[in-house]
Design a protein around this ligand. Structure first.
Ligand SMILES: Nc1ncnc2c1ncn2[C@@H]1O[C@H](COP(=O)(O)OP(=O)(O)OP(=O)(O)O)[C@@H](O)[C@H]1O
Ligand SMILES: [Mg+2]
Length: 324
């Protein structure tokens, strides 16, 4: 049984300009202890999908139009806020794309790490303090005991990211959702943070959903991967299989754009064109306008995500017909 099972999630934003179909029918699951990567270009709906599951979408303008997200027998999309709040700070935690969304600028780091331990894990003040110190040490923060008294603005961007990771892990969650945990950081710190998540995952046995726009990050960290485009999943597979035999032209293009995939002197190949406007209704395959393999049928029917090999699903009619 999966730890988290998302089925046909749809999240729309009803704005003055029209309805933004940010997440338009995604299904995915993550098993206990497993790491799932979610990749896709900016605006493909990665963050909105995960924020929807945790009840963190501003409503209005957002609205969960359909779907289920079952965790531990509870559909989080229809659970009361009080229950969600209990699950959120402790059993499922999230590292947000922007560290300042989860850090309160007016509270010391110590208070922010200690509070969830007191509330969710029922720790005594002294015990919670000890755990906070060791959590900060684990993420490589020097003089952790003194740093408990610091406020978020007294940390550099990279250090704030580490503090957020410490906060997300201190309650020993069963599922960590890490939304671009390393984008803002330089390469060395990036590698350290990913090592740290992997190491803690091993020792805590937690599942991880790692959101990134970088397939390179997925390669080293995830067992399975879901590729998102325009609010849908266009391909999902075991990471090895996705790299060895990408079937969706969008995934193929993402892989071709990876630095290691090209000659050193060749220009970095970004995918020509732009993702579709999510307000206008999409007819046919959302990737068709940018796809080098598109034929007339691609502009007419919207492909469903279907298995093209065991455990490997692709939303492309040409891949499904075995033409690519
Ligand atoms: N509050 C909002 N109101 C209207 N539209 C929104 C709102 N929040 C998100 N969206 C839209 O939903 C779509 C998906 O956004 P989302 O943040 O999930 O993308 P993403 O895949 O996480 O991108 P990135 O890689 O840049 O983080 C985008 O088109 C975005 O403009
Ligand atoms: Mg995002």
């Amino acid at each position: 049984m999966p730890l988290l099972d998302i089925d046909d999630l749809r999240t729309y934003f009803h704005t003055r300009a029209g309805t933004v179909r940010a997440v338009d029918g995604i299904s995915l699951h993550v098993a206990e202890g497993e790491t799932l990567g979610i990749v896709g270009e900016s605006g493909s709906g990665k963050s909105v999908a995960m924020l929807s599951v945790l009840g963190l979408i501003p409503q209005p303008p957002g609205r969960i139009e359909a779907g289920r997200a079952v965790y531990d027998g509870v559909d989080l999309l229809h659970a009361p806020q009080s229950r969600l709040r209990r699950i959120r700070g402790s059993r499922i935690t999230m590292i947000f794309q922007d560290p300042m969304t989860s850090l309160n600028p007016y509270m010391t780091i110590g208070a922010q790490i200690i509070e969830p331990l007191r509330i969710h894990n029922g720790a005594s003040r002294a015990d919670a303090r000890d755990q906070a110190v060791s959590a900060l040490q684990r993420v490589g923060i020097q003089d952790a005991a003194e740093r408990l008294r610091s406020f978020p603005h007294q940390f550099s961007g990279g250090m704030r990211q580490r503090v957020m990771i410490a906060m997300a892990l201190v309650t020993r969650p069963r599922l960590l959702i890490a939304d671009e945990p390393t984008t803002a950081l330089d390469v060395t710190v990036q590698a350290q943070i990913l090592d740290l998540i992997r190491e803690l995952q091993g020792s805590l046995g937690m599942a991880v959903i790692l959101i990134t726009h970088d397939l390179g990050v997925v390669a080293g960290n995830c067992a399975r991967v879901a590729v998102m485009y325009a609010g849908r999943i266009v391909e999902s597979a075991a990471t090895d299989a996705l790299f060895a035999t990408p079937r969706h032209p969008y995934t193929q293009a993402l892989l071709a754009a990876l630095p290691g995939a090209r000659d050193r002197d060749a220009p970095l190949e970004s995918i020509p064109g732009f993702p579709p406007d999510l307000i206008a209704p999409i007819v046919g395959c959302p990737f068709a306008p940018r796809c080098v393999h598109a034929v007339d049928a691609c502009r007419e029917t919207t492909p469903a995500l279907e298995e093209t090999a065991p455990g490997h699903a692709t939303a492309c009619i040409r891949a499904q017909r075995g033409e690519l």
